[in-house]
Design a protein around this ligand. Structure first.
Ligand code: BEZ
Length: 404
């Protein structure tokens, strides 16, 4: 017979109390014995492949700590590659909801994919924890009570940067980003504070997405205009290409490159190399944050995956922590949707980025800080060194009033 440890005993008692409203004991027992299925709709190929891997690794770290069992339910991750394509993402989402009957859906990375799957998720009453895609509309006019975002809205890292860049770098900026909703959202948020702070946008370009090998036509234009600042959003393999080509064009010395943190996150820094030195970005995280949760996270991540974690791994970690905390609060029950949604809303914990909690109005994470970071060499490695910060950055969404 299995020995009942104090920890197991207390866990069992808590679970019984929390599920008291669920119905006859026999039904409860069989429902709870079922594995917890988490469907991942993430890119494992194309421009954002590394982002999908990082998010998955961050989640694995949390479930490893929990020995892959939460509130008595064995955790199963079902991976689907959305290929950064709205059509593929929608097909894979339908499969995870309809055929696999997942308890939680996690993902996607691209705003384009999230826009495509939003209505399907909402109509199916499927709880989705967004682990990257930042489209502002999901915290605003297209919100859903079934959708939470543990990453960021596109507005969040860029809005504080506008005023900061105008005050500390320069008042003439050329903006450049990929031609899809994330690029548009991010540049719009930057302008919201850059222009009132006396900044002038002297040029604006939107580049092919998801495939673009060559930034030369855009860099030629920037070279001729010679603005004081270039403000950019690129991520994944496009960030590497852009930062390298920017340096090859000799623009680094003349036009200060600034942008959204994804441009120099730890996933891309090694490939960007010295071309990234001096770039200033806004982001909710830096590997160098000196708090106990981050120190433990970075150490365990390095031990497990033999590399340094990035902000996307933090998003995966926070997504998994959200699931773990909510599930423990319901004693493992995922059948009662309203109760599970309420449990997710109340989740709070220490994350590597600081205290994690959702804004009840938008169900989007409140960023404890947006850090202004500069790429410098630290101990022989490139890192995003925090040079300033803005506290408590909430998306301005005013509340989800769409019918449930
Ligand atoms: C987006 O599509 O929302 C996105 C993709 C990569 C990094 C940040 C945002």
């Amino acid at each position: 017979m299995e020995r009942l440890t104090r920890r197991r005993f207390l866990g069992g008692a808590g679970a019984a109390a929390a599920t008291a409203a669920l119905g006859p004991p026999a039904r409860r027992a069989s429902a709870q014995a079922k594995p917890l299925k988490i469907g991942l709709v993430l890119p494992y190929s194309n421009v954002y492949a590394v982002l999908g891997e990082s998010i998955t690794e961050g989640m694995r770290l949390v479930f490893e700590r929990e020995s892959w069992t939460v509130a008595g339910r064995k955790v199963e991750l079902l991976r689907e590659d959305d290929e950064v394509s709205p059509q593929v993402g929608l097909r894979k989402t339908k499969k995870l909801i309809e055929s696999d009957a997942v308890d939680f859906l996690v993902g996607p990375v691209s705003s384009g994919v999230l826009a495509a799957i939003r209505d399907t998720v909402h109509q199916a009453r499927q709880i989705l924890i967004v682990a990257n895609a930042g489209n502002d509309e999901i915290s605003r006019e297209r919100c859903s009570k079934y959708i939470f975002r543990a990453s960021f809205s596109n507005w969040q890292p860029n809005w504080p940067m506008g005023a900061w860049v105008a005050a500390h770098v320069g008042k003439e900026a050329h903006l450049i980003a990929p031609k899809y909703s994330a690029g548009f959202d991010m540049m719009k948020a930057f302008k919201e504070t850059f222009v009132p702070a006396g900044g002038r946008v002297v040029g604006e370009d939107y580049t092919p997405f998801p495939v673009n090998e060559d930034f030369a036509p855009f860099l030629t234009k920037i070279n001729q205009a010679a603005p004081r600042v270039v403000y950019a959003f690129f991520s994944g393999s496009q960030a590497v290409r852009f930062v390298r080509q920017y340096d090859e064009f000799g623009l680094r010395a003349r036009s200060k490159l600034c942008g959204a943190g994804f441009l120099t996150e730890t996933d891309v820094l090694p490939a960007e190399g010295k071309s990234a030195l001096g770039i200033i970005t806004g982001h909710f995280y830096s590997t160098l944050l000196d708090n106990p949760t981050n120190r433990q996270f970075v150490r365990e991540f390095r031990e497990t995956f033999k590399k340094t974690p990035d902000g996307f791994a933090v998003q995966g970690y926070d997504t998994a922590q959200t699931i773990v905390h909510a599930l423990k609060a319901t004693g493992g029950d995922t059948q009662n949707k309203d109760r599970l949604i309420e449990a997710v809303r109340r989740v709070e914990f220490d994350s590597p980025r600081g205290r994690f909690r959702f804004d009840p109005k938008t169900q989007n994470v409140i960023q404890p800080f947006i850090y202004i970071r500069e790429v410098r060499e630290v101990g022989g490695e490139l890192a995003n060194v925090v040079i300033d910060q803005v506290a408590n950055v909430k998306d301005p969404g005013t509340g989800c009033t769409l019918p449930g």
